[in-house]
Design a protein around this ligand. Structure first.
Ligand code: ATP
Ligand code: MG
Ligand code: MG
Length: 547
């Protein structure tokens, strides 16, 4: 177990940078534009950009775009946007594809050094001979022939699958990544950046280390699954005699009750298990943003979990903890009601219309007052009324009192039931003489409520989306092929007919964040339209996690 920072400070490494970059730390964040970024990428950015910031260095955003069939302009655009949303500013934005000509020249150089050959084994044949430790039958071709055939590959004289360029590494090595890896394959696919200029595309193993060398990356930081590829990384740079970055691996982020691989996220999206890459149930960064999570809390979470080599699955509540910490400090409070129950205040005249004052950040200097209409008809949370009172219950029951937050105590004097036996309406009396801090002791229970803004006029309705974990089990990745069967059918609950106050309805814009007192933190969903607000519950107020 070590830390990036320790390695960064090692004298040998510092000496090398000094020579190459004048001592400046240069890192890169290299996403493949084959999907939206997720919270694992937030960790990678925290490592890559974060280390550059810490050492006064620079970090590239480099698109690792060598698989044109999976890559799209939509993903390229989204990545640029979400990197900046996370608060990172790339020093330069580059594409592996912009180096295709240079990489091709390196491939030719490799052939000339007798270290690459054109191979006609099929994918399955390559696998089989690699498993058996056998060389490809095409391994010993002459340099001249390899140069000619590689040029034929480039000119499109072969069909897909008929030829590859393979590195002549060590087919007997104990590390499978040294078994003559493929450097180039043929794909007649339009590339989002390079168009149809190329029909041969370099592999990850060929591309990644060379791009790092070309960009003078001092610290090539990646996740642990690449550790076994370190040998091939340095093999290629050695043979081509280029500058060699320091490679350092850290553990991949996994979080309980979710999946993070883009392949799985892609299936969830394309098979409609969720509503798009930005579905608030996904831990994509777009999903977290839509859910109302602030980038600062994602970065605080990354800081807390740290950068180590320990394999780990982080409990989801650790992320929620940071989300809550941030929202507690930053979101204005307001009153709303999720599942309204009508209460008629019988001693308030029908035409009465007044306002009371709410506070955006109660108890804090920055707090601002806002108006809450108060009238004869108010709505409370249906779960705050019961027929059966009990000692540990602070809500309303027949004969019992509770405080309407920022307003008056009310006491239940009656109720009526609907045909199905449910409570349809409550009658109560308000103590309008009550003054906060005026000496009268208020009832213990404090309720969120919303009143009719004018007599006979219903409060503004809103749709509220409540979320639970997307997968039932803690480690859906461990379920193999049946991971989709583990989807939580109750991960989304849509509540129609919630009620909000006029000041909120008038000012809320998409992505704004609020605390609905007693109910949690909520964010305005971009599906909202004037008069039809939609809210996502970002997180509840209290950690429901039991220690
Ligand atoms: P996925 O399997 O989700 O597609 P990937 O590694 O193929 O992940 P890339 O877009 O190639 O995704 O990753 C860009 C960078 O982000 C790489 O350095 C990669 O190691 C890192 N990264 C990806 N997933 C995670 C994760 N879960 N935790 C930490 N870093 C990650
Ligand atoms: Mg990758
Ligand atoms: Mg991937």
């Amino acid at each position: 177990d070590g830390s990036v920072m320790r390695i960064a400070n090692s004298p040998a490494v510092l000496a090398q940078h000094m020579q190459r970059t004048g001592g400046k730390v240069v890192t890169r964040f290299p996403p493949e534009p084959n999907g939206y970024l997720h919270i694992g990428h937030a960790k990678a950015m925290f490592v890559d950009f974060g280390m550059a910031v810490q050492y006064g260095g620079v970090c590239y955003l480099r698109y690792d775009d060598t698989n044109p069939e999976a890559e799209k302009q939509e993903y390229i655009d989204h990545i640029a946007e979400i990197v900046s949303w996370m608060g990172w500013s790339p020093w330069k934005v580059t594409y592996a594809s912009q180096y295709f000509a240079q990489l091709h020249a390196y491939a030719v150089q490799l052939i000339k050094a007798g270290k690459a050959f054109v191979c006609h084994q099929s994918k399955a044949e390559i696998e089989e001979s690699r498993e058996q430790g056998l060389p490809s039958p095409w391994r010993e071709r002459s340099i001249e022939e390899n140069l000619r055939l590689f040029e034929d590959m480039r000119r499109g004289l072969y069909k897909e699958g008929e030829a590859t360029l393979r590195m002549k590494m060590d087919h007997k090595n104990e590390n499978p990544n040294m078994w003559d890896s493929v450097a180039y394959r043929i794909k007649y696919v339009q590339h989002p950046m390079a168009g149809d200029e190329w029909c041969i595309y370099p592999s990850y193993d060929f591309t990644h280390c060379l791009c790092d060398a070309i960009e003078d990356i001092t610290h090539s930081l990646c996740t642990l699954e690449f550790e076994s590829r370190r040998a091939s990384y340095y093999w290629l740079l050695d043979v081509l005699d280029t500058y060699k970055p320091v490679v350092w691996e850290y553990s991949r982020l996994n979080i309980t009750n979710t999946v993070l691989s883009k392949r799985k996220l892609n299936r969830l999206v394309t098979e409609d298990h969720v509503h798009g890459w930005d579905d608030p149930r996904l831990l994509t960064l777009a999903g977290l943003r839509r859910r109302g999570v602030a980038p600062a809390s994602i970065n605080a979470f990354c800081r807390e979990i740290g950068i180590t080599r320990n394999a780990n699955v982080i409990p989801y509540h650790k992320l929620e903890h940071h989300v809550r910490l941030h929202l507690d400090v930053n979101s204005p409070r307001t009153l709303a009601v999720l599942r309204p129950l009508k209460v008629v205040l019988t001693n308030v005249p029908e035409q009465h219309s007044s306002t009371v004052q709410g506070a955006t950040l109660p108890g804090r200097l920055e707090s601002q007052a806002y108006d809450l209409p108060f009238s004869r008809v108010v709505y409370i949370e249906a779960s705050d009324f019961r027929l059966q009172d009990s000692k540990d219950y602070y809500g309303l029951a027949p004969g019992k009192s509770a405080m309407l937050r920022y307003a008056y105590p009310i006491t239940v004097i009656g109720y009526s039931t609907a045909a199905d036996g449910s409570i349809s309406e409550v009658a109560a009396e308000a103590d309008l003489s009550f003054v906060a801090g005026g000496g009268k002791k208020p009832p213990k229970g404090v309720l969120n409520w919303v009143a009719q803004p004018a007599p006979g006029q219903d409060p503004e309705h809103a749709e509220v989306r409540l979320y639970d974990v997307l997968f039932k089990s803690e480690a859906p990745d461990a379920l193999g092929d049946s991971w989709l069967e583990d989807l939580n059918p109750d991960s989304l609950q849509v509540v129609q007919g919630a009620m909000v106050n006029p000041h909120l309805a008038a000012t809320a814009k998409a992505f704004d964040r609020f605390q609905f007192e007693r109910l949690g933190y909520f964010s305005v969903d971009p599906d909202s339209k004037p008069g039809q607000l939609v809210f996502n519950r970002t997180v509840t107020l209290k950690d429901s996690f039991k220690k």
